[in-house]
Write a protein that binds this ligand. Structure first.
Ligand code: BES
Ligand code: ZN
Length: 468
């Protein structure tokens, strides 16, 4: 579209403005910045031509809504995205400040990439929809209704979204949800995400003696909670990296050998993978490939562990307490509450009498598999084929987007996960970035999705008309 070509530089400038605001949902100190970002998103939606734009309060961070309703009888696409970002820590590992976006060339992004927290996850990705929408409106090329719902709590588990969806069912009514918050295999191998893992996130506290002790006076005679916690965590996986929590695998979907073989046909370069991460070797559950380990298999990982003295120099201390944050990625048909409970029961049982254990629950999210036999999936497939010149490969991914299962439950609507990021774009890590190629490719592809969706739905409507 010529309009996109003519306005490329402005689209990028607008995104850079948004990336300058630290909308860190996890940290209450940034509440005002999160709100400021919500208002900027609302302004952008209005400027791009959306109606009924609102910054809607929730018990947490607000949700930005906007719409363009062209006709009651037309299909409605709901675009979901999130304007909140992960905390940028560790700050000293950023090559440029996380909220001062810069464009730099990389080996994978020879045309340049935007380096900033949220560049790919998800400001850069949801913004492609706002700009594609603007381009379609300006070209009189929008053939269906569009609703935008851009939330501010995705990175902290979308806790208030369930209530919001229930309370606004009519407003959010739609035929399909379109989300760009996932990855493609590479810039030369497009893919559409057909599954996401769920998540159960817990925090544990192990308490030993009633105060920090001199490690010479008491060491050897009193249980050290940090040592105990390490032993307990180590025992959660066996030598084959199989999780040892009783019942953990009970509900795991068994995938046929044929389906697994099909999945493993997707291009994957182990050497490149290891080089990118600077690791000597990979590690994971015995009997599964890297692709399977990061998509169709559940996992357990310590996200943070602390206790005792971690300041400068050495302090001889036997700490009173130790803590860890542990996440479990889940696959169909595991349930996040059930797994959190299995974890808590097992972890409490594991503890020796010398310590006390407390397990608390953080957020959760359910795993999903999205259908590939719908007109909307077909529309995404054709759209990517058109702009990449290659058919996209269906691919399950390892990350989580809690809203997808929630939308299915509350609204009864399925999602299409048409993301444009790369796994190597350092999401949640220092130096997060998003390729300019990916940003513009997304803006170019999205209008085709709308075009094909509208076309398929008019076919369906006209064929059903014939039978009436
Ligand atoms: N965009 C990610 C999810 C993602 C990343 C899906 C890569 C597929 C490929 C999203 O913003 C995210 O990080 N979600 C959290 C959800 C959690 C806080 C409930 C996640 O996966 O850790
Ligand atoms: Zn994220």
């Amino acid at each position: 579209m010529q309009y996109i070509e003519d306005n490329k530089a402005r689209f990028l400038d607008e995104l850079l403005e948004m990336l300058k605001i630290p909308s860190i949902s996890a940290d209450p100190a940034y509440k005002d910045d999160v709100l400021k970002t919500a208002h900027l998103v609302a302004d952008y939606l209005k400027q791009s031509g959306a109606d009924a734009v609102e910054v809607m309060p929730t018990d947490g961070h607000p949700i930005v809504y906007g719409e363009k309703i062209l006709g009651e009888d037309l299909p409605t696409v709901l675009v979901y995205g999130h304007y909140d970002v992960q905390p940028p820590d560790p700050l000293d590992l950023w090559e440029s400040p996380p909220f001062e976006p810069v464009i730099k060339k990389t080996k994978i992004h020879p045309d340049g990439a935007i380096f900033a927290r949220g560049a790919c996850d998800d400001k850069g990705q949801f913004f492609m929809h706002v700009k594609a929408f603007e381009a379609m409106l300006k070209n009189d090329a929008l053939g269906c209704n569009v609703k935008f719902m851009i939330e501010g709590e995705e990175e902290v588990g979308s806790d208030h979204l369930g209530d919001f969806c229930k309370a606004n069912q009519e407003k959010l009514a739609c035929d399909v949800i379109l989300i760009s918050d996932t990855s493609i295999i590479s810039n030369s191998t497009p893919s559409i995400t057909t599954g996401l893992r769920g998540l159960s996130y817990v925090e544990v506290e192990v308490t030993g003696p009633n105060r920090d002790l001199h490690s010479g006076v008491y060491g050897g005679a009193v249980a050290n909670p940090v040592n105990v916690l390490c032993d307990m965590i180590a025992s959660l996986q066996d030598e084959n990296h199989h999780i040892t929590i009783p019942g953990f695998y009970d509900d795991v979907e068994v995938i046929s050998t044929e389906e697994r073989a099909e999945m493993n046909k997707a291009p994957f370069d182990l050497g490149q993978y290891k080089e990118d991460l600077a690791i000597g070797d990979i590690q994971g559950e015995e009997g599964f490939t890297t692709m399977e380990r990061t998509s169709i298999r559940p996992t357990l990982d310590v996200n943070g562990i602390w206790g005792g003295y971690t300041g400068e120099g050495a302090k001889t201390v036997l700490p009173s307490k130790a803590f860890a944050k542990i996440s479990m990625r889940l696959v169909p048909h595991q349930n996040s509450d059930k797994i959190a409970k299995l974890f808590a029961d097992h972890f409490t049982r594991l503890a020796p009498d010398s310590v006390q254990v407390k397990v608390s629950f953080h957020h959760g999210g359910e795993p999903v598999v999205t259908p590939t036999d719908t007109p909307e999936y077909r529309a995404a497939h054709l759209a990517m084929q058109e702009t990449f010149g290659k058919a996209p490969i269906p691919k399950r991914e390892g990350g989580s987007i809690p809203i997808v299962a929630l939308f299915e439950d509350v609204l009864g609507v399925k999602s299409v996960l048409m993301g444009f990021g790369l796994d190597s774009d350092a999401l949640h890590s220092p130096n997060e970035h998003y390729g300019l190629f990916n940003f513009y490719k997304g803006i170019e592809t999205i209008p085709y999705f709308f075009l094909f969706s509208t076309f398929f739905s008019s076919l369906i409507n006209s064929s059903s008309d014939q039978f009436e």
